[in-house]
Design a protein around this ligand. Structure first.
Ligand code: RP5
Length: 160
């Protein structure tokens, strides 16, 4: 099995359905990944251990999803020089607004590139765009997709 170039981490099993679009997108581009449940609050030592070992396993980008007082992406970013993309998950009484603010408002020095609430597909695409900086196959595929998107829009008939 190939090494996981992208590590997709989530705070709870209950987040899994929200991450399906990320899994589908990474598969579509044939990017090797693994997905793990690791909680910044429930298993902080495991998070640090996993993140520190990840570069030696071939990981280049982290995608981290969590809901409520989400701090998984921040906790991961605290332990690595690799890029971290955060997905705030819609969950609990505040329906993702809490997770959005916890994920996006990182203090200076420890960035987390935050996508929309439940924005798993864009998180995967952003990870692929980062990898494409040094991967011509991925760069070519991304360009093809952009062209196809523009063509599909141009082919739409007028509404009225
Ligand atoms: C967060 O709390 C998880 O990422 C999840 O979105 C939320 C609820 O977790 P569970 O109580 O369903 O495990 O840590």
């Amino acid at each position: 099995m190939s090494e996981p170039t992208v590590a997709v981490l989530m705070g709870s099993e209950s987040d899994t359905p929200k991450l399906e679009p990320a899994f589908d997108t990474l598969r579509e581009y044939a990017v090797p990944f693994e997905a793990r449940v690791l909680s910044a609050h429930r298993s902080p030592d495991l998070v640090a251990e996993y993140v520190k070992a990840a570069p030696s396993r071939g990981t280049k980008v982290f995608v981290c999803a969590a809901g409520m007082a989400a701090h998984l992406a921040g906790a991961v970013a605290a332990n690595t020089h690799l890029p971290v993309i955060g997905i705030p998950i819609r969950a609990g009484a505040l329906e993702g607004h809490d997770a959005l603010l916890s994920t996006v408002q990182m203090p200076p020095g420890v960035p987390v590139a935050t996508v929309a609430i439940d924005g798993a597909k864009n998180a995967a695409l952003l990870a692929i765009q980062m990898l494409a900086l040094s991967d011509e196959r991925l760069a070519g595929l991304l360009q093809e997709k952009k062209r196809a998107m523009a063509e599909a829009m141009a082919a739409k008939p007028p509404i009225v």
